[in-house]
Structures are given as C-alpha cells and as structure tokens.
Design a protein. Structure first.
Length: 359
C-alpha cells in the first residue's frame, strides 16, 4: 500500500494502474524503490504513525533497496532535467518536495529505474548518516489568505529544516572556506545590527558557530526567542533565516547568506515567509559572493518568484559580499551607525526587478 495526503487527490496528474512510483529518501538523498500501481484503494485503516495518508493505492514492488545500497542523487547529476548541475540544487528540491509528482521527461524516470535495477543486481554499500535517515519533514496546518477581503483557507504546509542536502552536494574542497566566509558575513551583519541599536536573531542551526572568538548565539542583543505573534509554520521558517534585525516585536530586515548553499534555497525561504505572512512589511536581502550576481539575477527572475502578488525581484535586494563589507567598514570608520536607520540597506542593495535586455 502506498499513501499520500488528501490534498494530493486534487493534483492534475493522478496515478493510474500501471504507473510506477519511484521512491526517494530525503536526508540521505537516495533512490531506494520502485512500486507499480495496481489500483486505487479505499482502505482507511491506520497504517502509518505520522499521518493518515488517505489518498491510497495498492502497489506491487518492482525494486526495493536498503538505504545503504540506494542510488545517490549526486550520481545522476547532469543527466536529469530537474538536476542539471550542482548549482541546480534548489531546482531538484523543488521537484522532490511534492509527492506524488510527475516527471516532465519520461527519460528521467527510465534512467532512475534502470539505475536502481543495476544497484539491486550489483549492490554497492555506501555509508550514510543515520540521523539524516531518521529526519522527517515537518508539517503544520495554517490559515492562508485567499485573496483580498476573503476568508482565509486552511491548508497543510511543509516547513523544511536546515539545508543539509545542499551541504552534501557542495564540493568538499571549497566547503570549509565557504563556511568560514558565511559565518564571517553573519557576524558582520550582527555587529552592524548592534551598532544600529537593534535586537538580533541568528539562524537556529548557526547559534553554536563562532567568529573572531565570539559565539554568534551569545552576541549582545541576541534574542533567545522570536516574537510570539506568528503561527508555528511562520516561526519555524523565520528561525532558519541566517540573520534577522528586530525592533521590539517587529522584524525589520532579514538576510540570507548564500556562500555554502544554492542561491535558490535562500530565495525559497524568503518566498515561503511571504507566502505565510503576505502582509509582513520587512526588508529582504540575499547576500552572496560578487561573482554570483548573474546567478542571483537569473534565479530571482524565475516565474515562481516574479509572478507573486509581491514579486520577489522588487522587494528582495542583492548584497554582494565585497560591497557589504566596504559599507560596514565605512560606517564603522566614520562612526555613522548612530545616525543611520536600517532602511539605508535598501540604497546599498541591487534589485533585479527590470527585465534583462537581450544581447
């Protein structure tokens, strides 16, 4: 038996008899099974302990792999439409977050199935972190607005944890230096926030990191808890944003620093926040190396971000590392922080709200 959440019954491409369901394990990032759909099932008995998953199908197994023998997603890089390169990490997570989701190209499904059959015939054991296997997606029910002056609609949303998948794909030679740069930028933004007289928040999963001999989570003005006016889904999304500046119970600015993960992942977190709190008035910034400017422009102009009611290219600014550091150093050297308001960051950032001209 295979089951999905009731909301997926409304999905336009419904599984039918003869379809093959390919099974992907998040966290360990491996393909581990193939199930052929036999028929739709009306069985409502309790099977799973995490959810009812009432949208059910009788299935027969074609391939079943132990996680240690599963097919790593990384081994298929460049061969799948939704995972063309290491820079496409956000793309593959977007595709894999929906279940069930139909492949755009039949060749992708055929390749994954063939790879799993090969793994079953010639198993290769690959160690993995059992903590990642034990991790489960977090789902909560929230009320989302359904248009202007309309009653909110209740829906179930998933709230992703920290981007552990992106860390796995990142090239190990570059990762230590990039992680150090990521922490340095967080530290400088937190320092600037202190100088501006603001309260601070650093991502929950980064609070134990240190820079310049100082623990990020122990810096002055650092909050232990976020404001309580948000629903649970919003809070879990906000608490993973790299740096927040706050004043009282209001979030003034949010910064996603993309040195170790894909540009897409930071934009997706910003987009999630705006979807959960569309009336939130907050400055959004994506901070990335200078040489990733074109990548930022390309990703933020994706339709999923550009065609929102509040287009992300208009409200999320790009702050290149070098320009940000020069700005902070200039403010510190001239002692200007006391006379500045946080809104000055908007004049420092670059916005990609115009359509690029053809060359």
């Amino acid at each position: 038996m295979s089951g999905f959440r009731e909301t997926m019954e409304k999905y336009k491409r419904k599984p039918v008899a003869g379809d093959i369901l390919l099974c992907y394990l998040t966290g360990v990032m491996r393909w581990v099974g193939a199930l052929e759909v036999v028929e739709r099932s009306n069985d409502r008995s309790a099977i799973w302990d995490t959810d009812a998953f009432p949208y059910r199908f009788k299935v027969k197994p074609l391939v079943l792999l132990d996680p240690a023998h599963g097919v790593p997603l990384q081994s298929l890089e460049g061969r799948l439409d939704f995972y063309r390169s290491a820079d496409d990490r956000g793309g593959f997570r977007g595709f894999l977050r929906m279940s069930p989701n139909a492949f755009k190209r039949k060749e992708d499904g055929d390749l994954i199935l063939a790879s799993m059959r090969e793994a079953q015939a010639n198993p290769v054991e690959r160690p993995f972190d059992p903590r990642k296997l034990a991790r489960r997606p977090y789902y909560v029910t929230v009320d989302l607005p359904k248009g202007k002056n309309k009653e909110p609609v209740q829906t179930v949303v998933s709230v992703p944890e920290a981007d552990t998948e992106a860390e796995v794909v990142t090239a190990p030679v570059e990762a230590p230096e990039a992680r150090s740069r990521h922490t340095e930028i967080q530290y400088r933004l937190l320092e600037l926030g202190i100088a501006l007289g603001l309260d601070l928040w650093v991502a929950r999963n980064d609070r134990s990191k240190s820079y310049n001999g100082e623990l990020l989570g122990g810096m002055s003005k650092m909050l232990d808890e976020l404001p309580t006016q948000f629903n649970e889904a919003t809070t879990r999304t906000i608490e993973l944003i790299d740096v927040l500046w706050l004043k009282g119970n209001s979030i003034i600015a949010a910064f996603e620093v993309e040195a170790t993960t894909s540009v897409y992942s930071g934009l997706l977190r910003m987009s999630d926040l705006l979807s959960l709190q569309p009336n939130l008035d907050i400055q959004l910034f994506l901070v990335a190396p200078d040489d990733r400017r074109n990548k930022v422009a390309q990703e933020i102009r994706r339709p999923t971000f550009s065609y929102r009611e509040k287009p992300l290219p208009k409200i999320c600014g790009f702050l290149p590392f070098d320009k940000l550091m020069q700005t902070i150093e200039g403010i510190t050297r001239l002692g200007l922080a006391a006379s500045l308001k946080p809104e000055f960051m908007r004049t420092t950032a670059e916005y990609f709200d115009s359509v690029p001209q053809a060359e």
